[in-house]
Design a protein around this ligand. Structure first.
Ligand code: PMP
Length: 374
């Protein structure tokens, strides 16, 4: 019997592709004929090792990751890496530049700053697109054009967030660091569109949106950057050590990585990242189309070229109507659309595993609600 799936528009942890879950269900009690589940296997045994290697190989294939870059499966959430990145890559007396386009960029700065100072260096906000009074209510509605961003000469690296999950702000084109290494938090839009990995010295992403369950963090890092990374920090925090040990320096989150393997295999079977991009463009066209068609009722605060194709944020004329909208959607089995508590409104996350059909159902409801409730 087919499972009735809730239309889950959560921002993360988010919906996972049904085939990836069904595969886990089928394989749960007896993995590869071993009479035990994958999570009961040693992380150094051949059964788990095959999964670990396949996950890495699939990712390399899907993102066309060049041989210059290592693929790591780590832990700690993207938040831990906000601190771990400056720990590894800011040398004494050096400064790293950050571009801030939303709350996650702010968090990268606030977690990174004390670490940069501990390492004898500094962290600087090179550019922020925040609007509103300092210390007061800030909002973000845009990402800079590539030409607006200039990293300081000699900066340790230039950090930015490709998609701001809460504010729904996504880069249209990426900044060019010149000689300065680029580091990007791609937690909420990795695998949603092709990316030229060779332009980045480090890409990182929490898994719980487009890659798999929470508990796994993906890091793609240029070996040249690793060679220059600090050795005077504990080994467990050194990306270099994790690379040398193929992400098996200590026990990795084996079941999480197994599920990542299932999700990546689903992406491949579905047609790869180019097909994900096509579907995501179609979903965005549908939903922003509905917002614009009822411009006197729905309002998206984000500048047109930076409207996120992963997290669509919009407002209704009043908070009471927003509450009613969320409540009625829930009755129709559509969940996860309440905006983040810090900004309010509505947020619909349309990650890879959210189907065009789900979005079409939501859009029908939006059209109907706008006509009825105004
Ligand atoms: N960066 C971005 C862009 C995010 O969306 C999130 C989580 N939603 C984080 C970082 C933090 O991730 P975690 O909770 O896994 O630490």
């Amino acid at each position: 019997m087919a499972t009735a799936r809730t239309l889950n528009f959560n921002a993360g942890p988010a919906t996972l592709p049904l085939p990836a879950l069904e595969r886990a269900q089928r394989e749960l009690l007896d993995f590869a004929g071993s009479g035990m589940s994958v999570m009961e296997h040693s992380h150094r045994g051949k059964e788990y090792e095959a999964v670990h290697r396949e996950a890495g190989a699939l990712l390399r294939e899907l993102l066309a990751i060049p041989a210059t870059h290592e693929v790591l499966f780590l832990q700690g959430g993207a938040t831990q890496h906000f601190a771990q990145i400056p720990m590894n890559f800011i040398d004494k007396g050096r400064t790293a530049d950050y571009v801030v386009t939303g709350v996650w960029g702010e968090k990268a700065v606030s977690e990174g700053k004390p670490m940069a100072a501990l390492m004898g260096g500094a962290l600087r906000v090179a550019l922020s697109t925040a609007e509103g009074p300092e210390g007061g209510e800030r909002t973000y509605r845009r990402a800079p054009a590539p030409s607006e961003v200039k990293a300081a000469e000699g900066a340790a690296y230039l950090h930015f967030t490709t998609n701001e999950t809460i504010h729904g702000v996504q880069y249209d084109g990426y900044p060019d660091g010149g000689a300065v290494p680029l580091i990007a938090d791609m937690s909420s839009d990795i695998l949603s569109r092709p990316v030229d990995v060779s332009r980045f010295s480090l890409i990182y992403a929490g898994a719980q949106k487009n890659i798999g369950p929470s508990g796994v963090v993906l890091v793609i890092v240029d070996k040249a950057l690793l060679e220059r990374s600090r050795k005077d920090i504990p080994k467990i925090f050194q990306y270099r050590v994790h690379a040398e040990n193929e992400s098996l320096y200590n026990t990795p989150p084996t079941f999480g990585i197994y599920l990542v393997r299932n999700v990546l295999d689903w992406v491949k079977q579905a047609g790869g990242v180019a097909e994900m991009e096509r579907r995501n463009a179609e979903k965005a066209r549908l939903i922003y189309g509905a917002i614009d068609a009822h411009g006197d009722f729905y309002r998206c605060p984000v500048q047109a070229e930076n409207r996120s194709k992963m997290n669509v944020v919009f407002r209704l004329p009043s908070e009471a109507l927003e509450e009613q909208f969320v409540g009625e959607a829930k009755k129709r089995s559509m969940v996860g659309i309440k905006g983040h508590r810090s900004v309010g409104g509505i947020r619909v996350s349309t990650y890879n595993a959210v189907s065009v059909e789900w979005v079409a159902t939501l859009v029908d409801f939006m059209n109907e609600f706008a006509k009825r409730a105004r």
